[in-house]
Design a binder for this molecule. Structure first.
Ligand code: UD2
Ligand code: MN
Length: 287
């Protein structure tokens, strides 16, 4: 969101990762589904989903097990398109995965970063063998069938680097200088950074804060190359309850001294319910 300042080291390109393997089938992104009932009627691969939006390939090519964590509030039409595309996209990669929707059901300002922490913590409780976590916006749809979802022990990975915005057709924008949208970390990388900050209420700053924590904890951050990190991003208005956070610059100035005492180790939330739905596990949270 907020542009990185010149004092921040440049995020380098991700090295090829042996744990990743390319899918051979072209992926056709489909943006026409706006209704979740459509999934029930038309999509055969959905039949093979396990309860709670999990999938296990018949012949797994690796032991990788990915948790996709989505911060969420009232984005029904984006969610339907996301599920249709992303289930298909991930199944083409022959990996085991689960999709978690972390739904903020209170009336407070939206807290994207806090929801990521909750999703990580709850997903770990449910299945501690999940070793690779994708912190993933609901409005970003992968547009490259050869982009593989995996974690690298060398660096926390920033995935959405080349974004085709629905609002500005024709133009593919370079997001390499940001650290929002989608990042992938192993459980130990995420714990080492003390997760995300819990202090960012409303829009902006939390993604830059996370990059600072990754670095402050002595870890690397890498970009998926621009040629590979292609996504479609939906046009949308600023959500009610997610107005720009006027404190974000002040908070970003404090990250160095606060990151160890603000994050995964200071989570404060209530789970209202965990629903194992057909396409995803929904964690309803209030802060
Ligand atoms: C940018 C970043 C995003 C985040 C945000 C600042 C990229 C590509 N995107 O996106 O990652 O850092 O700035 O906070 O770098 N959401 C809901 N309901 C709401 C509000 C938000 O579900 O009422 C979720 C949803 O998953 C959404 C995400 O939060 O995709 C980010 O919010 P946004 O889409 O409004 O932010 P945007 O597009 O400005
Ligand atoms: Mn968005």
């Amino acid at each position: 969101s907020t542009q990185l300042t010149a004092t921040k080291p440049k995020v380098t390109q991700a090295p090829p990762n042996a744990a990743c393997y390319a899918s051979q089938t072209p992926f056709i992104v489909n943006l026409n589904y706006s209704d979740i009932d459509f999934l029930e009627e038309n999509v055969d691969f959905i039949e093979h989903l396990l309860e709670g939006g999990s999938w296990r390939p018949a012949q797994a090519v690796s032991t990788i097990n990915i948790s996709i964590i989505i911060p969420y509030r009232k984005r029904e039409s984006h969610l339907a398109v996301f599920l249709l595309n992303v289930h298909k996209f991930l199944q083409m990669q022959n990996i085991s995965y689960t999709i978690f929707i972390v739904n903020q059901v209170d009336d407070k300002k939206f807290n994207r970063a806090g929801l990521f922490n909750v999703g990580f913590y709850e997903a770990q409780k449910m299945n501690s063998s999940h070793d690779c976590y994708f912190f993933h916006d609901v409005d970003l749809i992968p547009d490259n069938g050869n982009l593989t979802y995996c974690c690298s022990s060398d660096a926390v990975l920033h995935y959405a680097t080349a974004i085709w915005r629905h609002s500005a057709p024709g133009e593919i924008k370079d997001y390499s200088m940001f650290f929002g949208g989608i990042v992938a970390a192993t459980a130990s990388q995420f714990q080492k950074a003390n997760g995300f900050s819990n202090r960012y209420w409303g829009w902006g700053g939390e993604d830059d804060d996370f990059l600072k924590r990754v670095r402050a904890s002595g870890q690397n951050a890498s970009n998926i190359p621009f040629a590979d990190g292609r996504y479609v991003m939906f046009k949308h208005d600023r959500d009610k309850g997610n107005e720009p956070n006027g404190l974000r610059m002040k908070l970003l100035g404090e990250t160095q001294k606060t990151w160890k005492s603000d994050g995964l180790n200071t989570l404060n939330y209530t789970v209202l319910s965990i629903l194992k739905k057909k396409y995803y596990t929904e964690i309803q949270v209030s802060f």
